[in-house]
Write a protein that binds this ligand. Structure first.
Ligand code: BG6
Length: 494
């Protein structure tokens, strides 16, 4: 048998296999793992769907999605053929017991690692857990993977957790946030905790502020059913952005052990300064895109406003953009603002964590743009992953003038030609039973507890999002959010 990194044979039951997430991310990730021999050859992927009638229809969807969405695909009919032998299919309604009974008959071996992957709306999670339990599908070696957002506020999140806890132990529940599987986020840990250079400077004495941006140029695509009523705060900020903030701000964990890292992350979440009352209007910007132009490979493309997207209510107040100023109440970060921002239909697809250091206390050099010349460490998660450090150097020949220069820290692992997608890493971790990069129950609840007053405020006051043109960097108020503090978003500094 060929070499495989997966420790044991497994059954991965992919529920919602024809959904956007499964087709765009999970199937390509599994195909890459298969091609790289990282999946045990006696493993099996069970694609489960309610609306797809047959295995051949499911495979046709998967293949089309691979070719459309996977930028790294080196598609090979031969390997694809082998991969399709690895895939099984079950048609079932997630709310009825019949399908679970069908599944029970098919999954015979109770000793195999059994992973139920819920790539579905979280309102279905309690029903699924209950049905799995009633059909006797949950074995000693079963795990359940829950996609975010888990719930839509504190109360619904707590309800889902409570229901899960009836059927699974906490160690069997894998709450996934794929941003934690991105290579640069792992590198952030390495840079912070494997070097003494940065850690001494990593606090309010040396850092002026931190910006975390996840911008997307895509719109809501075919996901309005999910996105309407969810919005950017629930879809991106409450999870991905807060997790990046935790990784940036947490205290050094004692080890890479799952509990050690989660203990530190949850402390950050619990120390987030609550944003309530009038502070919400002051510190949070909520936006929705209007029509505009998006840059594509073929030039500028005209795109419609959010309210005209298929399946979106013409009076929708769903946020497609959110920016905010966040503070952490502890010794390390007192007084250091973290500016978080995310949105759809923005100028370009990018994700960066920018650590802006303070200026030197007294400059002996002539500096033309003093503010933009302070040191800056930028972690770029996408589209191209890497780290850059902005320093100052002397301008050649010009008396004693200094100018900014950038050191680019490219990965020295030359042999790693392809950067694995975050889902490849995380799926392998689930199969190998490694929960380090997954959220614990208390982390999820701390994040909802902090986000709830903002969501509530918007709802209670019937607040409408500010508009922004598709292809821009969001509403003017987002620029103002930093301008009030005498700062600029990173792209305005370039
Ligand atoms: C998902 C969100 O979690 O992350 C999507 O639901 C978003 O709305 C996606 O498009 C972005 O992920 P990535 O890895 O492409 O930046």
């Amino acid at each position: 048998m060929a070499h495989s990194d997966a420790t044991e044979p497994f059954d991965l039951i992919l529920m919602g296999a024809n959904g956007d997430l499964a087709l765009r991310k999970l199937i390509p990730a599994l195909y890459h793992l298969f091609c790289d021999n990282r999946l045990h050859r006696q493993g099996r992927i069970w694609t489960v769907s309610r609306s797809v009638p047959s295995k051949s229809a499911m495979l046709a969807l998967c293949k089309a999605a691979m070719l459309e969405f996977d930028p790294q695909v080196t598609f090979n009919e031969g390997t694809w053929g082998e991969f399709t032998d690895y895939i099984s299919f079950v048609n079932m309604d997630f709310e009825k017991s019949l399908g679970y009974e069908k599944l029970q008959k098919k999954l015979k071996d109770v000793k195999r690692q059994r992973i139920f992957y819920c790539a579905l709306h979280s309102k279905l999670y309690p029903t699924i857990a209950k049905q799995l339990a009633h059909s006797g599908l949950i074995t000693q070696v079963s795990r359940i993977v829950l996609e975010k957002p888990i719930g839509s506020d504190y109360e619904s999140g707590a309800l889902i957790n409570k229901c899960m806890a009836e059927y699974f132990s906490e160690s069997q529940i894998y709450r996934i946030d794929h941003y934690l599987g991105k290579e640069t986020v792992q590198n952030l840990l390495a840079l912070r905790f494997a070097n003494s250079l940065f850690e001494h400077q990593w606090n309010q004495r040396y850092i002026d502020h931190i910006q975390i941006t996840i911008s997307e140029s895509i719109g809501v695509e075919s996901r309005s059913g999910f996105y309407e009523g969810t919005g950017a705060l629930r879809d991106m900020l409450q999870n991905h952005l807060l997790q990046l903030l935790c990784m940036t701000a947490m205290e050094p964990p004692a080890s890479l052990d799952a509990q050690a890292i989660r203990n530190e992350k949850v402390k950050v979440l619990k120390n987030l300064k609550p944003i309530t009352g009038a502070d919400i209007d002051e510190h949070v910007v909520r936006g929705q895109y209007e029509a505009g132009f998006i840059q594509t490979e073929n030039g500028n493309e005209a795109v419609q406003r959010y309210r005209d997207e298929l399946g979106v209510d013409g009076h929708s107040v769903t946020d497609t953009f959110v920016a905010m100023k966040v503070e952490i109440d502890n010794w390390r970060w007192a007084g250091v603002p973290f500016y978080l921002r995310t949105g759809k239909r923005l100028a370009k697809r990018a994700c960066e964590i920018v650590v802006q250091f303070k200026q030197v206390p007294h400059s002996i050099f002539e500096m033309q743009h003093k503010k933009t010349m302070a040191n800056k460490l930028v972690f770029r998660l996408q589209p191209d992953e890497g780290v850059r450090l902005q320093l100052c150097e002397k301008r050649i020949g010009h008396h004693q003038q200094v100018r900014p220069m950038t050191l680019s820290l490219k990965s020295s692992n030359e042999e790693e030609a392809r950067i694995p997608d975050a889902y490849e890493r995380l799926l392998t971790d689930v199969i190998n039973n490694n929960p380090t990069l997954f959220l614990r129950e208390d982390e999820l609840m701390a994040a909802w507890k902090w986000a709830d007053p903002i969501l509530q405020h918007w709802q209670d006051n019937d607040l409408k999002p500010e508009t922004y043109a598709a292809g821009s960097w969001g509403p003017a108020a987002a620029t103002l959010l930093l301008a009030k503090d005498g700062r600029l978003w990173e792209e305005n500094n370039e």
